[in-house]
Design a protein around this ligand. Structure first.
Ligand code: SF4
Ligand code: SF4
Length: 444
């Protein structure tokens, strides 16, 4: 049964839908003591996972349960923020009705950022700190996202991943969550916002904390997309997020007081890792030749909390980490992790950042509203399906220009012997192009 599910998940092209894109069949091939469903959705304004768990509780519970059995877990923690009381009630009732209890159990999470960082999630639920530069499996855990669990359920019924749930949020008339075919033009999704022109707007690909500001809106939806946050170009968050490493260096050097607030609130530091952004600031600002100190920057998970919340002077400690990481990559230097389980810092529980305060600091409280999942007709004339959405080698196309394909047909397979995942057509039509790691298909 285990091999069967892993094979089905592999054949369906399931990858981490929370943004990581790691091929799920590889995760399920491991053996773990615990499996965690990450339904934290801690990025402000995004509304996918919480709604999927409300609308598809049975499918998500069953997909999660079968994933837990596949890895041999003794317990499956379905994690969702405690503020979603109604969804928690639904999940608990359905877990009982499906006889998934006591194996599957709902675990309410505090409403803090970044509750959904998988290492923070593992610590919150199990009290175990993932070793520096390690993964949850190092402490006996596998973590999957809620939408991934839904896709695992679909895979067990023979259905490949051909659709994606996406929240469109921000300073827009129509906040909404939609389900669209993979390969849909991003502009088609953005237009669900009710805006016609985006000349005065910037778009963040993903959540406002970790998502980058898009420089080109002509792309297509891949299996990892989770949301688009649309803000006026002069919004303070956009200005901050478009600061370059070089610009940041000038600002950082003139104003850092070494108060270490950035370090004291750093979530990875608080679970015991050696990432200390105030030291990265010092090393970068003064050009210190401290290779070991620089290498600590490689432990940063890029959550952006130091940059967008913690620093009282509005400086750029995360960009300082980025600069150090870039230098080390050029010299091919990697952090030498001990592999030991670190001890969390004292007072960690009092140093967590409430989501509401974070949202206010980002200047997004006005837009922190529902984005209901709506049945919108999104039937693009053509789709352009990425073959490299996942971690690993791009899929190898198995179709040629001119071929007719069915919706759900496999059109690209994982490279032999390499980490990867297959891709499937999201519409029926004719292949009209294979280039730049995309397969273009015209409907009909
Ligand atoms: S970057 Fe900001 S928070 Fe960090 S030490 Fe400097 S002034 Fe303090
Ligand atoms: S971005 Fe800042 S707060 Fe987040 S892990 Fe990196 S150093 Fe820590």
């Amino acid at each position: 049964m285990r091999v069967n599910l892993i094979e089905q998940v592999n054949n369906a092209g399931v990858i981490g839908a929370g943004g990581a894109g790691f091929p799920t069949h590889v995760k399920l091939s491991a053996t773990a003591e615990f499996i965690l469903l990450n339904g934290a959705e801690c990025e402000p304004l995004l509304r996918v996972d919480q709604q999927l768990m409300e609308i598809y509780p049975d499918e998500i519970i069953l997909g999660f349960q079968s994933a837990g059995k596949a890895v041999g877990a003794k317990k499956a923690y379905l994690c969702i923020k405690e503020k979603h009381g109604k969804v928690i009630s639904i999940l608990r009732e359905r877990i009982e009705a499906l006889n998934a209890s006591p194996f599957v159990e709902v675990t309410p999470l505090p409403d803090v950022y970044p509750a959904g960082d998988e290492q923070i999630l593992v610590y919150t639920v199990t009290g175990r700190s993932v070793p520096e530069a390690g993964i949850p499996l190092n402490v006996g855990c596998v973590v999957i996202n809620s939408e991934t669990a839904l896709n695992i359920f679909n895979a067990s019924k023979g259905l490949p991943v051909t659709e994606k749930f996406i929240t469109v949020a921000g300073d827009i008339p129509n906040r909404v969550t939609v389900k669209v075919p993979v390969g849909t033009p991003i502009m088609d999704v953005l237009k669900q916002s009710g805006l016609d022109s985006f000349d005065d707007y910037a778009v963040i690909d993903g959540g406002p904390m970790m998502g980058p500001v898009m420089t080109d809106l002509s792309g297509h939806v891949g299996k990892k997309h989770k949301g688009f946050v649309i803000l006026k170009k002069d919004h303070s968050l956009i200005r901050k997020k478009t600061t370059t490493i070089e610009q940041a260096r000038h600002i950082n050097i003139s104003a850092c007081a070494q108060c270490r607030m950035c370090t004291d609130l750093c979530p990875r530091y608080l679970i015991g890792h050696n990432v200390e952004p105030h030291k990265s600031m010092r090393i970068q600002n003064y050009g210190l030749n401290d290779v070991e100190g620089k290498s600590h920057a490689q432990l940063c998970c890029m959550c952006n909390l130091c940059e967008l919340f913690s620093c009282p002077a509005g400086l750029h400690p995360k960009l300082a980490n980025d600069a150090l990481r870039r230098d080390l990559a050029e010299q091919n230097i990697r952090y030498q992790a001990s592999g030991n389980e670190p001890a969390a810092r004292q007072n960690r529980e009092y140093r967590q950042v409430p989501s509401k305060r974070l949202t206010a600091r980002l200047g997004l409280s006005t837009y922190d509203k529902a984005a209901p999942l709506q049945e919108v007709v999104c039937a693009p004339e053509a789709v352009c399906i990425p073959i490299d959405s996942h971690v690993g080698a791009p899929a190898i196309p198995t179709v040629s220009v001119g071929d007719h394909v069915q919706a759900g047909q496999c059109i690209g397979v994982a490279a032999e012997g390499k980490l990867g995942a297959p891709v499937h057509s999201s519409i029926a039509g004719t292949v009209i192009g294979i280039e730049n790691n995309h397969i273009a298909i015209r409907r009909g």
